[in-house]
Design a protein around this ligand. Structure first.
Ligand SMILES: C[S@@+](CC[C@H](N)C(=O)[O-])C[C@H]1O[C@@H](n2cnc3c(N)ncnc32)[C@H](O)[C@@H]1O
Length: 203
């Protein structure tokens, strides 16, 4: 990283999504998050044998897609407003919703076979702590996938919510330092949106 690069959690000081504003953001994420959820389910080949942990699940698009594929699903988010909307719009799908953050995941050790962090790592106050928790929560051989929108280094406002290629590479190095293996950075599309993907395995 040269001195000018923003950290991977460059919105880690975001105040969080609460109250009416939080619920309005949740509705917006409902509309924008479906393609990312489909991409995550495809890239991790989620099936009925999986237990998916969606960290920073927001209004739960990706959780419902995993549940529709027969997986057991736990959606974790620190925002009560996000979880409220997730519960309201989830009808017929079996998802366990839990309030919590990446840095202290409210789940048992080694229980998940897949963990996703979709458009959320850039908000985590402590990414190393989040990765240590992912390592703890995943069982041996489990898959981890982070997805972030591709952004320009000088982006501001809403369009800065994502990563440059250098930030994706920095996050991949952090995954390796956390003990995850087969870490690789990819570039893909979630609908019209270009995204970075970081895949890893829990050894
Ligand atoms: C842009 S939204 C993405 C929601 C969803 N993953 C999606 O793709 O639609 C970012 C989410 O990250 C959550 N978040 C913020 N800080 C977090 C943290 N420390 N750990 C886990 N999730 C966090 C927010 O509450 C919010 O729901």
């Amino acid at each position: 990283m040269d001195g000018s690069e923003r950290p991977v959690n460059h919105h880690g000081d975001h105040p969080g999504f609460s109250g009416l504003t939080g619920q309005l953001c949740a509705v917006a994420f409902l509309l924008t998050g479906r393609e990312t959820g489909r991409l995550a389910a495809d890239l991790t080949a989620v099936s009925a044998t999986d237990h998916v942990l969606d960290i920073g699940c927001g209004p739960g698009n990706a959780c419902r897609i995993a549940a529709a594929r027969g997986a057991r699903v736990t959606g974790v988010d620190p925002s009560a407003a996000m979880l409220r909307v997730a519960r309201i719009v989830t009808r017929g799908a079996s998802v366990t919703w839990v309030k919590g953050g990446a840095e202290a995941l409210p789940v048992p050790d080694a229980g998940a076979t897949v963990a996703w962090a979709l458009a959320t790592v850039h908000h985590w106050p402590d990414v190393d702590a989040g990765l240590a928790e992912i390592h703890r929560a995943l069982g041996p051989g489990a898959r981890f996938l982070a997805v972030e929108r591709q952004t320009e280094p000088d982006a501001t406002g809403i369009s800065s919510h994502g990563w440059t290629g250098a930030q994706a590479e920095t996050f991949a190095a952090m995954c390796e330092s956390a003990g995850l293996t087969t870490v690789r950075v990819g570039s893909g599309r979630a609908g019209k949106r270009r995204v970075w993907t970081v895949h890893a395995t829990r050894p």
